[in-house]
Design a binder for this molecule. Structure first.
Ligand SMILES: Cc1cc2nc3c(=O)[nH]c(=O)nc-3n(C[C@H](O)[C@H](O)[C@H](O)COP(=O)(O)OP(=O)(O)OC[C@H]3O[C@@H](n4cnc5c(N)ncnc54)[C@H](O)[C@@H]3O)c2cc1C
Length: 453
């Protein structure tokens, strides 16, 4: 009889304090498109950076919520100038070279479909190359402040607690979680919820058998309600080379309460599945071999954001106010998802540009904290425009430069012209779309040029 061999094991018990500690120059909370750009930019400026996120994968919603479309990067003028440069130029060039981008002209606006897995790996590689420490699966638990300075942030991971001491902080959590945990004032909507969306990606869709995205949109508006689809103005975007359809047809609440948020997420997936069945019934040939490839994490638009030195107002973006402390620009329409059935869509004139002021990114009562992305201070309407990825990425880079300029001083005392000089391309440069790509897919636009962010 063969002898049974015991493998070696040992007994372990929880130690007294298992907190891992790290000291860095900059702690970026939230690894969405804004946080990633902030972290990469700061590392390039020679800073030691930790980028922490509740999700195990970096990229935030741009990777994990099946968004799949960069909006707000290009002007509406016939030449379609690009408005955001720096590391974003490298991102576009690299993904373009991998055939992971698809430029979409909806008649007036240019948006860029991207392969989210290619984006994930681009982020992984870049963080590694630039020496950014990525702390994944790390939920912000506690923030300490001394006077006007944040000094540490603690994150809870499945493997234990991590305490980060840092000289400076970026709040790129989308929900202003860092600012809120620091005890600083934040804003929430007093006018009912801004709805999120459970996006889905369907693969092996025979795109040739589908009418244009705009014709599908018209069909959704006319018929989806009759099929129990609550949102009546849903949208789809086709990525023909990948036989992929990105489906944005639901509205769901995105409460900041743990149990309610989880319940809403399931409701969102139920609604998304219903929307998919609707499309399948309308276009059986196109969906013959199709399947839902991924539901992704709940898409969250606007929840809680910082109270900044300046609140960006709808009128300021409608007027295209060029702030003396502007650090980012876009021409993306107002896009407020404030009812279950529909969203407000207010496009601007072709020549229109609006700006993000640095004042909207800084809480007045902290010297070493800058917010970037969808949690900057704006009213509901203004935020609904500047929260798309183009300006979010520009804000991330600007946040890193601002904190670099502040050093051990205050972000409220930096020389704004120096900051603007560093991000000057994102304020002034206008390269035509043709310099990014040679051919562009023109979508039929018999309906409207509505997109969505
Ligand atoms: C359904 C939907 C469709 C959209 N469509 C488009 C589109 O087509 N094009 C476009 O350009 N934009 C679109 N947008 C908007 C855009 O995707 C987001 O506004 C943008 O990606 C926000 O980037 P961000 O970096 O500010 O935040 P997010 O991408 O939201 O990243 C925030 C990160 O912070 C982390 N975080 C939050 N709280 C904590 C915490 N307590 N501890 C640790 N980590 C935390 C999150 O896990 C997340 O990874 C869409 C948004 C939604 C919801």
């Amino acid at each position: 009889m063969a002898q049974i061999q015991k493998t070696k094991t040992r007994i372990v018990r929880r130690g007294a304090d298992t907190t891992e500690k790290l000291t860095v120059d900059l702690c970026v909370a939230g690894a969405g498109c804004a946080g990633v750009m902030a972290a990469l930019q700061a590392a390039r400026l020679g800073r030691k950076v930790v980028l922490a996120d509740a999700s195990p994968l970096p990229g935030g919603q741009s990777v994990n919520s099946n968004i799949g479309l960069f909006c707000g990067l290009y002007s509406r003028t016939p030449d379609h100038f690009r408005y955001t440069y720096g590391i974003v130029s490298e991102l576009l060039a690299d993904l373009g070279a991998e055939n992971a981008l698809y430029y979409r002209d909806s008649g007036v606006t240019i948006s860029v479909l991207y392969d989210d897995q290619a984006l994930l790996r681009w982020i992984d590689r870049r963080l590694e190359e630039e020496g950014v420490i990525f702390l994944g699966g790390a939920c912000l638990d506690r923030v300490e402040m001394e006077g006007r300075r944040l000094c540490s942030a603690e994150f809870l991971t499945r493997y234990g607690r991590v305490k980060i001491d840092a000289a400076a902080f970026v709040d790129a959590t989308g929900d202003a979680a860092l600012t809120y945990q620091a005890g600083l004032p934040c804003r929430v909507s007093d006018e009912g919820p801004v709805y999120g969306t459970q996006m889905i990606t369907a693969d092996q869709v025979d795109i040739r058998e589908l009418p244009s995205d705009d014709q599908i949109r018209r069909c959704i508006v006319e018929k989806a309600g009759g099929y129990g689809v609550e949102r009546h103005d849903g949208l789809v975007f086709s990525f023909p080379e990948k036989n992929r359809l990105i489906i944005n047809m639901t509205h769901i609440e995105t409460p900041l309460l743990p149990l309610k948020a989880s319940e809403a997420a399931v409701r969102g997936r139920n609604r998304a599945e219903r929307a998919y069945q609707f499309l399948k019934e309308q276009y059986p040939k196109a969906f013959r071999h199709a399947f839902i490839h991924s539901y992704g994490q709940t898409g969250i638009r606007q929840t809680r954001w910082i109270l900044g030195k300046h609140q960006l107002l709808a009128q300021e973006i409608r007027d295209g106010v060029r702030f003396s402390d502007a650090v980012a620009r876009t021409t993306w329409p107002i896009e407020l998802h404030d009812t279950l059935e529909n969203h407000q869509w207010e496009p601007f004139d072709n020549e229109h540009v609006h700006y993000v002021p640095f004042g909207a990114m800084v809480p007045p009562d902290a010297d070493n904290l800058v917010a970037a992305g969808r949690c900057i201070d704006a009213d509901l309407i203004a935020l609904s425009s500047v929260r798309v990825m183009g300006p979010c990425m520009a804000m991330g880079m600007a946040a890193a430069h601002a904190l670099d300029l502040a050093g051990n001083g205050s972000v409220h005392e930096i020389d704004i012209t120096c900051l603007q000089e560093r991000v000057r391309d994102n304020l002034y440069r206008c390269d035509p779309l043709s310099s990014d790509m040679q051919t562009i897919s023109k979508q039929e636009t018999e309906y409207d040029e509505t997109e969505t962010g």
